[in-house]
Write a protein that binds this ligand. Structure first.
Ligand SMILES: Cc1cc2nc3c(=O)[nH]c(=O)nc-3n(C[C@H](O)[C@H](O)[C@H](O)COP(=O)(O)OP(=O)(O)OC[C@H]3O[C@@H](n4cnc5c(N)ncnc54)[C@H](O)[C@@H]3O)c2cc1C
Length: 293
């Protein structure tokens, strides 16, 4: 593949460890950070034409990268970071930091994004995962998305064209999110800021933010708490290789320094088996393992 004319950064044999919050993974054959939608489309088209694997990520805060590394092209969206405010509306690039957007909304006295202040992903990752917390989620404020559809054309979809579920939406693995349009509402700046500070404090108290992790590993089963089940099954603090079930929050697996994807996958497998054995509950992972093939 030729890269002439590409302005964004390109690296070969780049450590995936640097591209995710778990700090795990082998080498990526090629990594690109496009700086515009046009560049991203061009990379996508070249990969399609030449049959090269193409994968796109944001901040890597909900993925487990493989120890074997990734062949083909790994695209990181963080260069697509434009934002345009128009009173209560904001149009944001897929690579924009969700936490930053949340703080900017608060600074403008706009309510609706308080839930997102502690979520370390991008806007694009948050849309496809329907990220949420503290009773709010992306689907509450999203109005429209611009996507790169599977046939390569750019489309605009209204919120009504997208199906949302718990930590998922119909765009997942079906389209590349290029941009999101969000509608917020005027609120009391002091109340907004206080709510965000309270949410952040609750996270700090409950989550092992001092060690590399990927947030909640398992989805909460309907009406229940994955963390509670894992804790009751006796897994809190248990370690396998460099991966450890956090002693602060049992639905987090932390990297104690040298964890591999294999360690994390084995821990996930054992926890699932045991929770099923003890409580008859089938835990499902929220974190996405990215298979090397
Ligand atoms: C400490 C911590 C706390 C967290 N708390 C929460 C929480 O409270 N609530 C919550 O919902 N999540 C939480 N998460 C998980 C994570 O931050 C969210 O799921 C986030 O939205 C993922 O965004 P990302 O940019 O990191 O996506 P990535 O991890 O880079 O990617 C996730 C998936 O989305 C796909 N994707 C990414 N960008 C795009 C795009 N532009 N178009 C199409 N597909 C794309 C990727 O291919 C991948 O399959 C937490 C994570 C951590 C580490």
């Amino acid at each position: 593949m030729t890269w002439q004319g590409m302005r964004g950064r390109i690296e070969h044999r780049y450590p995936l460890q640097k591209l995710n919050t778990w700090r795990i993974g082998g080498l990526a054959e090629t990594v690109c950070w496009p700086e515009s939608e046009e560049e991203l489309r061009e990379i996508w088209f070249k990969c399609q034409e030449q049959g090269i694997p193409f994968r796109l990520f944001g901040r890597g805060s909900n993925v487990l990268f493989p120890d074997e590394g990734l062949s083909g092209v790994t695209v990181i969206s963080t260069g697509l970071a434009q934002s345009v405010w128009d009173s209560e509306w904001v149009t944001v690039g897929a690579g924009y930091s969700l936490a930053r957007l949340s703080q900017e909304a608060a600074d403008r006295g706009l309510t609706g994004l308080e839930f997102a202040r502690g979520i370390p992903g991008t806007v694009g990752g948050a849309v496809v995962m329907n990220a949420g917390a503290h009773g709010g989620s992306i689907q509450d404020i999203l109005e429209e998305v611009k996507i790169l559809a599977p046939e390569g054309e750019v489309q605009r979809l209204a919120k009504e064209d997208i199906q949302f579920g718990y930590r998922e939406c119909s765009l997942r693995d079906q389209a590349i999110v290029l941009e999101g349009v969000f509608h917020l509402k005027p609120g009391d700046p002091d109340v907004i800021q206080a709510t965000m500070s309270e949410n952040l404090a609750r996270r700090k108290a409950a989550q092992p933010l001092e060690l590399p992790n990927a947030g909640s590993v398992f989805r909460n089963p309907p009406g229940g708490s994955a963390g509670r089940l894992i804790e009751e099954a006796g897994w809190k603090g248990k370690r396998l290789g460099g991966a450890q079930v956090s002693s602060k929050h049992a639905n987090f697996i932390v990297n104690q320094g040298n964890a591999t994807a294999r360690d994390v996958l084995a821990l996930i497998r054992e926890i699932k088996k045991d929770v099923h054995h003890q409580f008859g509950v089938e835990l499902k992972t929220e974190v996405r393992y990215i298979s090397p093939s």
